[in-house]
Design a protein around this ligand. Sequence first.
Ligand code: EPU
Length: 423
Amino acid sequence: MSEHFEVHGGARLTGEVEVVGAKNSVLKLMAAALLAEGTTTITNCPRILDVPLMADVLRSVGCEVEIDDDVVRITTPAELSHRADSAAMSRLRASVCVLGPLVGKLKKAVVALPGGDAIGSRPLDMHQNGLRKLGATSAIEHGCVVAEADGLHGAQIWLDFPSVGATENILMAAVLAEGTTVIDNAAREPEIADIVAMLTEMGAKIQGAGTSTLTVEGVPELKPTEHRVIGDRIVGATWAFAAAMTRGDVTITGVDPHHLELVLEKLRLAGAEITTYDGKGFRVNQPERPQSVDFVTLPYPGFATDLQPFAVALSTVSEGTSMITENVYEARFRFIEEMVRLGADARTDGHHAVVRGVEKLSSAPVWASDIRAGAGLVLAGLCADGITEVWDVFHIDRGYPHFVENLNRLGARIDRVGTPTAG
Ligand code: EPU
């Protein structure tokens, strides 16, 4: 039997919850450690399934990786393997982020195509085109990206779309290339600024973090460092939506509210009282039933696609009708069928969803299809009468440390039932 959660509906969440380091930062910082021989230490790491999976990917190219509570130590040897084709590659998307560092450092990489969530098509064309501009060849062969170069040189690169992963891979290859690289239409997510901060501590020369133009002046080598991962804005926002949906009052610490400005503005529009604590956290107090709000997903600083399931979940119990537009992943509305099982009045048409809020949802068994959809279904279960069973919860464990414990501490009643699956 696999694990599921039994979510008892009706709780009002109150109290304080601390957020630790961001999944979508730590995994890339771990890959960046490949760029410097010696031991790199990363602190404030979340205890989630994806961290040991990424550790396996790094071990497959010859690193030693030690995970000690919230600290990850990666020792990169003088002789690294250019071949990352471990089974772990197929289990998480972020594994593709070893491509840039391996090409940068070894001028050669054979990297198995990554796995990850079923949220829509996730091609690597921009990653490959960027590496080609830097002077590498890149092809897909036998399920792997194969890239090779005699030497990498600086280049002007325009991305078609501000892809997070392509920006990271090109950046991590360019830091050791000869000359200056300019990445235009680069992703501006806080996690990119976090990698830039770590690479800079390692000796890289990068300008423009947090803007859409990154300028990288190549250096011959990097040195290891110790770096603290930024707080997870997506986890922080998950608790914020949970507070708003349950008409609760929750203080969220460990995450910079500047990383969530648009999200907090949307929650204000829904009727929440928001107090921010500069650089440290924020409080969400929702005295009345939420009002409907429209949401449009876009790259940062737009409303994150990773929060779209929570926007839908909030809309299912808000007063009025919301339109949610998904612009990043075409299949990310699939979980709405599960919301409908819970009594949501929701329909989709292409990349729009129309959700008419209902007073109360009604419990049912539902299935998580990815990390955020799974968490969104749990939040909906908190607003349903009866006990909602959420299945395939290994997805949620990939992205949320102590998910059940955190919600229960805020006053929810969620039981984890059954035996863990491999995920
Ligand atoms: N895209 C291309 N070609 C490429 C790269 C991307 O067409 O070469 C497209 C994708 O198909 C997608 C869009 O560009 O439509 C955005 O993709 P992006 O590359 O920005 O996403 P990613 O780097 O693969 C990261 C996060 C996702 C998050 C997205 C968008 C990690 C490990 N994953 O993915 O997080 O949704 O950015 O913000 O950092 C999650 O945490 O649940 C999650 C899925």
